[in-house]
Design a protein around this ligand. Structure first.
Ligand SMILES: Nc1nc2c(ncn2[C@@H]2O[C@H](COP(=O)(O)OP(=O)(O)OP(=O)(O)O)[C@@H](O)[C@H]2O)c(=O)[nH]1
Ligand SMILES: [Mg+2]
Length: 358
């Protein structure tokens, strides 16, 4: 190594030599143990016992694209299903930087203090490209990561939102079977991912920050319709006044929307995730929602509707990927796309042709 590079701030110290204790054979043993495929029965028993290692393994199976893993994943989920359901599922959305991760850490710590077991999952199809939010979340949730009663799993990777969402949905079942009673699912407020998360949770929370007074500008109408509560975050310091104004404006706007199927009237609350303020008020609100929807039966019927939706969604996803993954379709599709570009066929004739090929 040259003298120059040693004096650079980027210089790394030479590697630490391997200690005597870790000899090759013990490393091999550990590796083999890790690799050993647990049989389904043992895996399920360990999950039901609350083993985080078993839970993580099962989620890895769910997320795998290896067909043999998928078969085992399906068996595990089937065995876990009777033990799932005894939880509440909360979806959280908001634009990047609104404070979702900070908020989830604050809420998660508040709930573990109450004696709850909290699992945090995510649906973020973009993270598979950047890997950004995975790292970001783990560092933003520093205290929650260390908490024994919390389990945090980054968004599964995948190219289609449908695939990513299915994996998260199946992970919910596994977390519930492992004894987690509160499942928090985070998503970034872009694309269709909110709709996917909305269709797998009991309560949907929209996080906002106060803007320049024109609060409703640029916010998708559909998201407000989905929200069971809106929390204006960063209601602290100089921002508090603007946050209070935003609260009034959102409250007014909410009253203009038709009544929700749940008959629940969403509220707007203020919070500061950073200072962990307003968290208990919001939790009170969520608890009231659970009581209210359990009493009027919406909670149950809503979950049944969600299950029906996911049945149809899964079939749709499977048919689509089975179709597009056939080599002959891949090839013929390219030809048909080219013909369209040259104006030699129409989309409908081309589609008819491709569909007869399978
Ligand atoms: N003042 C203040 N800052 C906050 C609050 N909550 C979060 N922040 C800050 O806002 C920034 C973004 O917070 P994150 O929790 O990473 O936001 P996020 O929504 O998870 O962001 P993405 O993961 O990028 O979508 C960080 O610098 C936080 O410290 C709050 O209540 N008050
Ligand atoms: Mg985040």
């Amino acid at each position: 190594m040259s003298k120059k590079s040693k004096s650079s701030a980027l210089h790394e110290t030479d590697g630490v030599s391997q200690s005597d204790i870790t000899n090759l054979s013990s490393i091999k043993k550990i590796q083999n143990k890790r690799k050993a495929k647990l049989d389904t029965e043992t895996l399920v028993a360990e999950i039901l016992n609350g083993s985080i290692t078993a839970l993580s393994r099962a989620i890895t199976l769910v997320e795998s694209s290896n067909p043999s893993h998928l078969t085992q994943a399906n068996e595990v989920i089937k065995a876990c299903l009777p033990n799932a359901n005894a939880s509440i599922r909360i979806g959280i959305t908001g634009v990047p930087g609104v404070g979702k991760s900070t908020f989830i850490e604050a809420l998660g710590l508040y709930l573990t203090d109450l004696g709850k077991k909290v699992a945090v999952l995510a649906v973020d199809p973009s993270s598979s490209l950047s890997k950004g939010s995975i790292l970001g979340d783990k560092t933003r949730m520093e205290d929650l990561v260390k908490n024994d009663n919390a389990f945090i799993r980054p968004s599964p990777s995948g190219t289609s939102l449908g695939g990513v969402a299915r994996k998260t949905r199946e992970s919910i079942i596994l977390c519930e079977a492992a004894g987690f009673d509160t499942i928090i699912i985070e998503t970034v407020g872009v694309g269709q991912s909110e709709t996917a998360v909305h269709s797998m949770v009991d309560f949907f929370l929209l996080l906002k920050i106060a803007g320049a007074g024109d609060e409703l500008q640029g916010i998708k109408r559909g998201i407000i319709e989905m929200a069971d509560a809106i929390a204006i975050n960063k209601a602290d310091g100089d921002n508090l006044k603007a946050a209070k104004l935003a609260k009034v404006e959102f409250n007014r706007a909410l009253h203009l929307y038709p009544q929700k199927a749940s008959e629940w009237q969403p509220k707007v609350t203020l919070c500061s995730a950073l200072h962990r303020e307003g968290i208990s008020d919001l939790w009170q609100h969520i608890s009231e929602y659970m009581d209210f929807t359990k009493a009027n039966n919406y909670f149950e019927t809503h979950r049944t509707e969600q299950n029906k939706f996911w049945l149809l969604q899964t079939i749709e996803d499977r048919l689509k990927s089975d179709f597009f993954n056939q080599p002959k379709i891949k090839e013929a599709l390219q030809t048909q796309l080219q013909l369209i570009e040259e104006g030699k066929t129409t989309p409908f004739v081309a589609a008819e042709y491709l569909l007869t090929l399978q």
